[in-house]
Design a protein around this ligand. Structure first.
Ligand SMILES: [Zn+2]
Length: 84
C-alpha cells in the first residue's frame, strides 16, 4: 500500500478532473482500475459520499466518491454539468 503524494488533496486520495475527460465521463479508478461511470450509479462500483454545491446555486461543482477499493476520489466537474 503506497500513498500517492502528487495527486493528494486534504480530503481525497485522488482528484479527477471530469472536464478533461472525453465521452460520457467514465474513467478508471487510479487505485484499482475499476471503471467508474458517473452516469451509471446502478452497479455500485462506487459510492457518492458528498456532492458539493456551489454557494448560492444548485450547481454541483465537485463530488467526493469512494471506489469499491476504498480509495476516495474527488471529481471536479464543470458548472451546469449535471452528470450526477
Ligand atoms: Zn478503486
Amino acid at each position: 500500500m503506497k500513498t500517492n503524494e502528487q495527486n493528494k488533496s486534504p480530503e481525497a486520495d485522488y482528484v479527477i478532473d471530469l472536464t478533461k475527460l472525453h465521452g460520457s465521463g467514465e474513467f478508471p479508478c487510479p487505485g484499482c482500475g475499476n471503471e467508474i461511470s458517473p452516469k451509471d450509479d446502478k452497479d455500485k462500483n462506487y459510492q457518492i459520499l458528498q456532492p458539493q454545491v456551489e454557494d448560492g446555486t444548485n450547481e454541483v461543482t465537485s463530488i467526493l466518491i469512494q471506489c469499491r477499493c476504498k480509495k476516495t476520489l474527488r471529481l471536479k466537474c464543470r458548472r451546469k454539468n449535471k452528470i450526477f
